[in-house]
Design a protein around this ligand. Structure first.
Ligand code: ZN
Length: 141
């Protein structure tokens, strides 16, 4: 299957190019670029698998799982490379793991102030601002 052989060679070229550069890739931007390239390579390989399956189906020829195994292996290899890149990115940018949005409570200053109080609308009892019921008469607040 010459189409597949050619595809494999292209894949190997790409993989070795990325591999030889990896030592220099210390900047986040480069790591992210490398990650995108790896993801694109995986997409290409998944497309190639789909093409092979489709062509075989169209021609009514048998396509065994062994024919696709090298592509599966290459995808797995690329995925492990992405994991390695992710690991480097985590080391370079530990702050990336924090939530992007601040916790909700910081935008509700009243709840952060333990001294804030309200008075019961029924009996006038002084209550914490966060109280849902009056602790004297039970009136919902
Ligand atoms: Zn009350």
């Amino acid at each position: 299957m010459s189409f597949f052989k050619k595809l494999s060679e292209t894949v190997l070229d790409t993989a070795s190019t990325i591999g030889s550069k990896s030592a220099d890739l210390v900047e986040t931007g480069k790591l992210k670029l490398q990650r995108n390239q790896l993801e694109n390579s995986i997409k290409d390989k998944k497309t190639a698998i789909g093409d092979l399956v489709y062509e075989a189906q169209k021609k009514g020829s048998d396509l065994s799982i062994e024919d696709l195994a090298p592509l599966f292996a290459e995808i797995k290899d690329l995925e492990s490379q992405i994991e390695a890149v992710d690991e480097k990115l985590r080391k370079e940018n530990p702050q990336d793991q924090r939530p992007v949005t601040p916790p909700l409570s910081s935008s509700v200053p009243q709840e952060n102030n333990p001294g804030a109080t309200v008075f019961c609308s029924q009996c006038g009892q002084e209550l914490p601002a966060t109280a849902k019921f009056c602790n004297k008469c039970g009136q919902p607040q």
